[in-house]
Design a protein around this ligand. Structure first.
Ligand code: FAD
Length: 461
């Protein structure tokens, strides 16, 4: 399998990730990165009935900008970020009812719905005060949202070419995934190996995902965006290769959302609330059943990680010259130094994602627009999540991935110059990108911790 060959060096990724952990952890605690402004109470645009999670842990504590101007804003949010200041900057002629950002949230380059900091209905949230963890949100509401998200993995442009190339149809995707789980349990039972041994599969070569990886085999082996000299044929000219290419973007889309789903599941299992003991802590069984027993889900987390690292590395020059405005020049310099150091370390990570392998065929532009629109839809689906805390982190992380896609696919290196083009990225996008990298990096670190826990519990060396 191409993707396995290319992604075989998990140890190298984990080693660099370990070095990045402290830096990222420190970075996201900085004022610039911990305050995120978003529209937390948007209406679900896709269906009307929405079950709200009433658990205490589903709630979000928001920062009230207007609570106490002198005491609170000055201590927490830099004055420049307040609605009043942003409104004043963005609308010099603005009267009380002038709302310049109401209808222009999406630029062509945006892969996600960007919540502008000047929007009046947005709220500031301190991400440190609202950690992503087990909330108890589940059942039909959560399932409906995940279904809607995976249904976005259906591309019209790709579809007609896929049929010719013998690819699976959209509607079969989730079934294949479900079969994957059933098959892995059955295969494990038949071989006498507990499927719970799969958490080590990444390292011990037991990886044998079925559903979607089977699908990949059908769709063509040499179409992974992971860097490999063999992939050069992807940009070659035969009709069959172009058809396979259509399948590639669809697979990338699927892997991104499955990776996000798996990463969220890991955070739930890592910070799990045991309702019997009343204690928060890692839940190995939860990890094994939701992620560890599915090698493809584990791989998809590494997939998201490599996309985010690639985006951050591509942004190195841009961020080096970027003004991190915190309201305090010393803090600005400190934040810039931290970002520089983080990018320096992240660039040691194996370069395994090559965005240039995507969107290169004759229908590239149409496919790219469709890919973008579908990803935007996923960011809109977040308004249908019936648990505020899950919605918050869902929005942060889909915006973070959307920003990575924007960096990788909307701009070339010459564009990424903050002096010539200062407004390519909003603060919210940069904050979302780094917080998402932090969450996925935490998942990569958690996989190693769960692996150790598993070995200990099973008395394995
Ligand atoms: P789910 O995770 O709901 O999965 C549904 C089905 O999808 C599974 O049965 C399986 O067939 C398939 N599936 C599962 N994982 C993958 C994967 N990685 N790739 C492909 N297919 C997969 N709950 C919290 O406690 N805290 C949170 O912070 C939180 N955030 C959320 C954010 C969003 C955007 C959403 C939609 C839900 C969130 N939830 C959160 C709920 C959580 O994700 C689960 O839906 C819930 O815990 C129920 O889990 P489940 O075991 O029923 O399966």
């Amino acid at each position: 399998m191409q993707i396995e060959n290319s992604l075989c060096d998990y140890d190298a990724v984990e080693a660099v990730n370990l070095e990045m952990r402290g830096l990222l952890d420190n970075l996201v605690q900085q004022k610039y990165f911990k305050f995120y402004k978003l529209n937390l109470y948007g209406t679900c645009p896709f269906w009307t009935e929405n079950h709200l999670c009433m658990n205490e842990d589903c709630g979000v504590a928001v920062v009230d900008e207007f609570q106490d101007t002198t005491a609170y804003i000055l201590k927490t949010i830099p004055e420049e970020w307040t609605s009043a200041a942003l409104g004043a900057i963005s609308s010099p002629m603005g009267g009380k009812h002038f709302q310049p950002f109401q209808s222009c949230n999406l630029k062509d380059q945006d892969f996600c719905q960007v919540d502008d900091e000047a929007i009046s209905e947005g709220v500031y949230v301190d991400l440190m005060e609202n950690p992503e963890r087990f909330t108890g949100y589940s059942g039909p509401s959560a399932a409906k949202v995940w279904d809607a998200i995976y249904n976005e993995n259906c591309f019209n442009v790709a579809q007609k070419m896929q049929r010719a190339a013998g690819c699976e149809q959209c509607s079969l995707d989730r079934e294949a995934e479900d079969e994957d789980f059933a098959e892995s349990v059955q295969a494990a039972a038949m071989s006498g190996i507990s499927y719970a041994q799969n958490p080590m599969s990444l390292h011990q070569g037991h990886g044998h995902g079925h559903g979607h990886r089977e699908q990949e085999k059908k769709e063509g082996q040499n179409t992974s965006p992971f860097v490999d000299p063999a992939l050069n044929s992807l940009t070659g000219g035969s009709a069959a290769e172009k058809e396979e290419e259509m399948c590639l973007e669809k697979r990338v889309f699927y892997r991104m959302i499955s990776g996000l789903h798996a990463s969220i599941s890991i955070h739930i299992c890592d910070e799990y609330f045991n309702q019997t003991s009343g204690i928060w802590g890692p839940n190995l069984e939860c990890f094994v059943s939701r992620v560890g027993a599915h090698p493809d889900r584990l791989e998809n987390i590494f997939f998201d990680y490599s996309i985010l690292v690639r985006a951050v590395t591509k942004l190195s020059g841009y961020l080096h010259n970027y003004e991190f405005c915190t309201g305090n020049p010393e803090e600005d310099t400190k934040v810039k130094a931290m970002v520089d150091k983080l990018i320096e370390v992240s660039s040691k990570s194996p370069a395994i994602f090559d965005e240039k392998a995507m969107f290169v065929g004759p229908d590239a532009q149409a496919l790219k627009l469709e890919f973008r629109d579908h990803f935007r839809n996923i960011t809109k689906i977040m308004d249908c999540v019936g648990c505020e805390k899950c919605r918050l982190w869902g929005k942060v992380q889909t915006s973070g991935l959307g920003t990575a896609l924007k960096v990788l696919f909307s701009y070339n290196d010459e564009h990424l110059n903050p002096i010539k083009h200062p407004n390519l990225l909003q603060r919210t996008e940069i904050v979302a990108l780094f917080n998402t990298l932090n969450r996925v990096s935490e998942s990569v670190a958690s996989i190693a911790r769960f692996r150790t826990l598993y070995m200990e519990q099973h008395g394995l060396p």
